[in-house]
Design a protein around this ligand. Structure first.
Ligand SMILES: [Zn+2]
Length: 278
């Protein structure tokens, strides 16, 4: 998660439509040089939206293929799924951003869930329940079946990385800091999987679908990315996705703790997931 512009506190849920021009100015953190940033409340999906499919709920509750599995706060996990399986990702405490990826195992390293291709295919910035998620070849790799809560998600921010933390807190501190990028590769390694190495950049890291990351849709002409704390999510809110190919799904409970993107105090919190059979 990239979250270089965040507000330390917000007085009102940011998923609620706000008056045009409503802004806050805040200092997020300091790393040698002060970064004064402005944060603006943005417009996201319909507040209070609850997307439930009774048929899908019945399906996912009937055939568990894994136990309810912990994603420790600030850490990551990956899991294999067969075509037709569903995965329920749970925001256990309601405040956590989860980076989410999917990689086809039939065409490993080639068929990868792609946020910019998904935006093109859907003609929208943020997928919601009912939407398919696409690879670069425009093949559906997952379907977003259900969600509870207001549906604040993001497709624009890159996964946080060692390099990003170097920019923010310096090399020494960054060495001790977890990142979603490392969590992704560690999760894949636990399954014996690895992505193709790019000699220019190290490993290629696709942009994740940033679940529950509250980013304004329409930043002003300053060009800043407006990242706000989670607003109306509740403990236990979840998203459910169906695999449209055999794949590996990976998740990272983002360790970003340099602002309150992950809620008041910015402390990364545990999340959970469970996979169900078709
Ligand atoms: Zn992150």
């Amino acid at each position: 998660m990239l979250a270089s512009q965040m507000t330390p506190r917000m007085a009102a849920p940011s998923c609620q439509p706000q008056p045009a021009g409503a802004q806050l100015r805040a200092n997020t953190f300091q790393s040698g040089r002060k970064m004064a940033v402005r944060a603006r409340k943005g417009l996201k999906a319909s507040p209070g939206k609850l997307c439930i499919s009774a048929a899908a709920a019945t399906m996912v509750e009937s055939k568990p293929k894994t136990d309810l599995t912990l994603i420790p706060g600030g850490k990551g996990k990956a899991v294999r799924m067969n075509k037709g399986d569903t995965i329920k990702i749970i925001n256990t405490h309601g405040t956590q951003v989860v980076d989410f990826w999917a990689f086809s195992t039939e065409e490993w390293g080639k068929e990868i869930m792609s946020m910019h291709h998904t935006r093109n295919a859907l003609q929208k910035s943020t997928p919601q329940a009912g939407d398919k998620l696409y690879t670069a070849s425009m093949k559906p790799i997952m379907t977003f079946l259900e969600q509870t809560g207001p549906g604040c998600h993001d497709t624009t921010a890159a996964a946080c990385s060692y390099g990003l933390y170097v920019l923010q807190i310096g090399e020494e501190a960054a060495k001790e800091h977890d990142s979603c990028t490392n969590n992704l590769y560690n999760g894949l390694k636990e399954l014996g999987m690895e992505l193709t190495e790019d000699p220019r950049y190290g490993y290629y890291t696709p942009a994740p679908f940033n679940l529950w990351m509250n980013v304004a849709d329409k930043p002003d002409t300053s060009g800043y990315i407006w990242v706000m704390p989670p607003s109306e999510q509740k403990a236990g809110d979840y998203c459910i996705f169906r695999a449209e190919q055999d794949l590996v799904a990976a998740m990272s409970a983002c360790p970003w703790d340099l602002g309150n993107m992950n809620g008041p105090g910015g402390k990364p919190m545990d999340c959970h997931f469970q996979v169900f059979g078709a």
